[in-house]
Write a protein that binds this ligand. Structure first.
Ligand SMILES: Cc1cc2nc3c(=O)[nH]c(=O)nc-3n(C[C@H](O)[C@H](O)[C@H](O)COP(=O)(O)OP(=O)(O)OC[C@H]3O[C@@H](n4cnc5c(N)ncnc54)[C@H](O)[C@@H]3O)c2cc1C
Length: 419
């Protein structure tokens, strides 16, 4: 009853660790020849952190990430619209983490190899095709670097955790084409800068058309912070965005002038951009929600199932939840089509709602509403948007994303081995 997993990203590795915990045999096939800590910062929400803690990764997370204390929304003039506590301070039983995406992936990989052995992940092995054999699946593998076919593997099921440009999704949905771009480019960077606000604050400033998001992912010995930041700009129609590569270098000149006068009293944004150690450019893309993830013995997980805009910090978190829900269902119902159908029913519509909420700017929509009501800034935010309305924004998104404090704290574990 071996579960075959395509992709050793956050979702595939979380699934491997969870299946190991449930003593369900699995093998992961990863396209690249080795994993390097690529990407920049992401946030892990308490609902996903709970799952990683239940996998025994609390110490590891504290070593590589920071416990996020609060989230703040600010106008393009730098004035505060909304600030709320996060993680433990917000009453969750689990923290929120600001963390380097690549370091998280390496943490998951190390834990998996320690627990399940190095043969658990087979590198240079892109899954190119599969065949349903009646009582299982047979997959075809390829070394992408040399373009050579490297053989077949046999198992009970195939889980496609192969990311936003999933090969398996493209075969299930041959007419879908490239990812959906809504018109925004993102420049992502890392800067050694000052500690700002609480020293653990995730800050969003501006509007959908011109936004700056920043949060620290490590404390520096000199008292400063390693600041992860993202500058979003809506581009003119016809802009060429197709080169979708997580590691494409970005140029300051393409976006920095749009933030040139953002010298806020809590952070000097032009100085942060100027001092960046690395800048990468990426189109803000997602995928249309699907009407089906599970097809017999094959299913989709993580970005392959529901790539979403990086708004509301849910991409990696939802991939981890997928892995945990799927594990419990495989444990309860065995590694067959019934468990995959139940996983589809449990997860698909709920995550599709998050994809669509993020397409509408998710919780960041508050920025645009305030800017529409007070385009030149404000002295008194209560006169622009009363407290109850701001609170309703924050609460609404949390419910959609499965992050409601009471609901999360009071529900049973997603993986209940032996229960
Ligand atoms: C290199 C990289 C950098 C990233 N950087 C950021 C970032 O800075 N900020 C951010 O918000 N998100 C980033 N992401 C996306 C983020 O990791 C995901 O949105 C989220 O974690 C969901 O994870 P996932 O496992 O579904 O997909 P991913 O983490 O994208 O993992 C997919 C994995 O599948 C592998 N793969 C692809 N095709 C095949 C195939 N046919 N067979 C086998 N393996 C295959 C890929 O090499 C990759 O390791 C990055 C992803 C990657 C791959």
């Amino acid at each position: 009853m071996t579960v075959l997993i395509a992709g050793a990203g956050i979702g595939g590795l979380a699934l491997g660790l969870s299946l190991h915990q449930a003593q369900i045999p699995f093998r992961i096939f990863e396209a690249v020849s080795d994993l390097r800590p690529l990407g920049v910062g992401i946030n892990l929400q308490p609902h996903a952190v709970r799952e990683l803690f239940e996998l025994g990764l609390e110490t590891g997370l504290d070593r590589i990430g920071l416990r996020t204390r609060e989230v703040g929304y600010f106008s393009a003039q730098g004035d505060e619209i909304w600030r709320e506590p996060r993680g433990l301070l917000a009453g969750y039983n689990w923290p929120q983490y600001s963390i380097h995406r690549g370091e998280l992936q390496m943490l998951l990989l190390r834990a998996l190899v320690e627990r399940a052995g190095s043969e658990a992940v087979q590198f240079s092995s892109a899954v190119t095709a599969w065949q349903d054999t009646g009582d299982g699946v047979r997959i075809a593998l390829q070394d992408r670097a040399s373009r050579t076919d490297t053989g077949m593997a046999q198992g009970s099921l195939l889980v496609a955790a192969d990311g936003i440009n999933s090969t398996i999704r493209a075969r299930l949905y041959p007419d879908e084409g490239p990812a959906h771009w809504g018109g925004t480019m993102m420049w992502r960077g890392i800067t050694r800068g000052p500690r700002f606000l609480s020293g653990r604050t995730m800050a969003m400033a501006g509007t959908r058309a011109r936004k700056f998001v920043c949060y620290p992912i490590a404390d520096l010995e000199d008292g400063g912070s390693l600041i992860n930041w993202i500058a979003d700009l809506e581009m003119p129609k016809g802009h060429d965005w197709l080169k979708q590569d997580w590691n494409r270098p970005g140029q300051r000149a393409d976006f920095a002038p749009q933030f040139a006068d953002w010298h806020f009293d809590w952070l000097d944004i032009p100085a942060v951009i100027e001092a960046a150690e690395g800048i990468w450019e990426f189109p803000m893309v997602d995928r249309n929600p699907l009407g089906q993830w599970s097809f017999g013995r094959v299913t989709l997980l993580g970005d392959a199932a529901h790539a979403m805009y990086p708004i509301g910090s849910n991409g990696a978190s939802q991939a981890i939840i997928d892995a945990r829900v799927l594990t419990q269902l495989l444990h309860e119902r065995g590694a067959g089509p019934e468990a995959l159908a139940a996983y589809d029913a449990a997860r698909r519509e709920a995550v599709n709602a998050v994809v669509l909420a993020n397409r509408g700017d998710g919780p960041d929509r508050i920025l645009d509403i305030v800017a529409e009501r007070a385009p030149g800034g404000f002295d008194d935010i209560d006169a622009v948007m009363p407290l109850a309305e701001r609170q309703a924004f924050a609460d609404g998104y949390k419910k959609t994303a499965g992050m409601d404090v009471q609901a999360l704290n009071s529900r049973a574990s997603l993986v209940r081995i032996g229960a």
